[in-house]
Design a protein around this ligand. Structure first.
Ligand code: CP3
Length: 346
C-alpha cells in the first residue's frame, strides 16, 4: 500500500501537500468524544485499551487527519513514579504535590506496571487502524512534567513553587528530573518497540524559564529522551513551546521535526532552524474560534511557505481548545487538503 502523506514526509519524501494533524485532536472538540465522555471518565478511557484505541481513531474518522496521536496524557509518568493523580473537571490534580523534603523525593519509585495499559493501547490501535496511517506516541519533557509534580495543579500556569525549587534546591530538583528522565526513556523506547511511527516530546512550558537556563539545565534531559528514541529507530518531534529564538541551536542529530508555537512566523523560524530539521506548526488555535472566511484568509498565508517547503507538517501552535467549533476544525482540514499548493511535479 502507498504510504500516507504523513509517512512520506516523515521519510523526507516530497508530497503534493503537507500532512495535517492537530495537537489535542482526540478531545473535547469532537462531538463523538463528548458522547463517549458521557459514559466514561477520562481516566477510564485512557486506561482501557479498547476505549483508548477507539478515541485515538475518532479524529481520523471525523476530521480526516493524516496522523493519529495516542490517546493518553503526559502525567502518567508521575503516576508511575508513585504520585496519586486525579483528573477533575478543572484539569489534572496531584493531591500531594512534591515538597523539598528529600525523603519525599526518595520515595519516588519506578512502578513500571502502571504504564502497561499504554503499551496495550498501542497494540490495540495498531491492530485496528488503517495500515498506512501513522501513529504518534509521546511523553512530556522532564521540565514540563516536573512543573506539574511540584505545583500539583495546572491552574494559573505560572508554576512558581516548581521554579522556586529549581533555584532554591537545585540538587533536589536534579534528583526529581533524573527520575522522570530515566522512566521516560524506558517509556519512549517501549512505545517505539510497540510500533509507534513517530514520537513527540511535549515541552509545553519551556517558555517559563530564561532561555539560557532552559538550555543549560533542562534541554539536556529532553535530549536524552530524544536520543534514546532515535537509537531505537523512531522519528522525533520536539515541541519546546515558548523557547523562541532558543531553537536556533537545536541539532538534527536528535530532532527530526521541531514543533513551533505561534509566536513567530513559520517563515522566519525556517531561516534560523538547522535546514535538515523539518518543521511542524504553527497556526494559532484561537483563530479557529473566528468565522470561516477569516480562517481561510489566514490559512492562505501558509500557501507560499508550503509551496517551497516540503519538510513541513501542518499543525497548530498549541493544542485545540474545547471552545473551538468542530465545524471550523473540519473546514480547516478540508481547506488545506483542497488548496492548490503549487508544488513542482505534482
Ligand atoms: O489528542 C491528543 O493530543 C492526544 C492526547 C493528549 C492528551 N493530553 C489528552 C487529554 C495529549 C498529547 C496530552 C498531552 C498533555 N497533557 C500535555 C502536553 C500538551 C499541552 O497541551 O501542552 C499537558 C500539559 C497535559 C496535562 C493535562 N491533561 C492538562 C493540563 C489537562 C487539563 C486541560 C484540559 O485540556 O482539560 C489534561 C486533561 C486532558 N488530556 C484532556 C485530554 C483529552 C481533557 C480530559 C477530559 O476529557 O476532560
Amino acid at each position: 500500500m502507498k504510504d500516507s502523506v504523513m509517512q512520506q514526509v516523515l521519510n523526507k519524501q516530497k508530497t503534493s501537500r503537507p500532512p495535517i494533524w492537530f495537537m489535542r485532536q482526540a478531545g473535547r472538540v469532537l462531538p463523538s468524544y463528548l458522547a463517549l465522555r458521557e459514559k466514561y471518565d477520562f481516566k477510564m478511557m485512557m486506561q482501557t485499551p479498547e476505549l483508548a484505541a477507539q478515541v485515538t481513531l475518532l479524529p481520523y474518522h471525523d476530521l480526516g487527519v493524516d496522523a493519529l496521536i495516542l490517546f493518553n496524557d503526559i502525567l502518567v509518568i508521575p503516576e508511575a513514579l508513585g504520585m496519586p493523580l486525579e483528573f477533575t473537571n478543572k484539569g489534572p490534580v496531584f493531591p500531594k504535590p512534591l515538597s523539598s523534603h528529600p525523603e519525599e523525593i526518595s520515595r519516588l519509585t519506578f512502578q513500571h506496571e502502571k504504564l502497561q495499559h499504554v503499551y496495550n493501547a498501542i497494540d490495540q490501535i495498531i491492530a485496528s487502524k488503517p495500515a498506512h496511517l501513522p501513529l504518534i506516541g509521546f511523553c512530556g519533557a522532564p521540565f514540563t512534567v516536573f512543573c506539574y509534580m511540584v505545583q500539583g495543579v495546572s491552574t494559573g500556569h505560572s508554576f512558581t513553587n516548581a521554579i522556586k525549587m529549581l533555584y532554591q534546591s537545585p540538587a533536589l530538583a536534579a534528583n526529581i528530573l533524573e527520575k522522570i528522565t530515566l522512566l521516560s526513556i524506558e517509556y519512549a523506547v517501549k512505545q517505539i518497540e510497540h510500533g509507534v511511527d513517530a514520537f513527540q516530546l511535549f515541552e509545553s512550558h519551556a517558555g517559563l524559564l530564561p532561555a539560557n537556563i532552559y538550555h543549560e539545565i533542562m534541554l539536556p534531559y529532553a535530549l536524552r529522551i530524544l536520543d534514546a528514541v532515535k537509537a531505537a529507530g523512531g522519528k522525533t518531534i520536539f515541541f519546546p513551546k515558548g523557547l523562541g529564538h532558543g531553537i536556533n541551536s537545536l541539532s538534527s542529530k536528535n530532532i527530526d521535526f521541531l514543533g513551533l508555537d505561534w509566536q513567530f512566523s513559520i517563515d522566519s523560524m525556517r531561516k534560523i532552524v538547522a535546514p535538515e530539521i523539518g518543521l511542524q506548526g504553527n497556526l494559532d488555535p484561537r483563530l479557529l474560534l473566528a468565522d470561516q472566511a477569516t480562517i481561510a484568509k489566514h490559512l492562505e498565508e501558509f500557501i507560499a511557505f508550503g509551496r517551497d517547503n516540503y519538510n513541513w507538517i501542518f499543525n497548530l501552535g498549541h493544542g485545540l481548545i474545547p471552545e473551538i467549533p468542530f465545524e471550523n476544525v473540519k473546514f480547516t482540514v478540508d481547506w488545506l487538503k483542497n488548496a492548490n499548493w503549487q508544488r513542482d511535479n505534482f
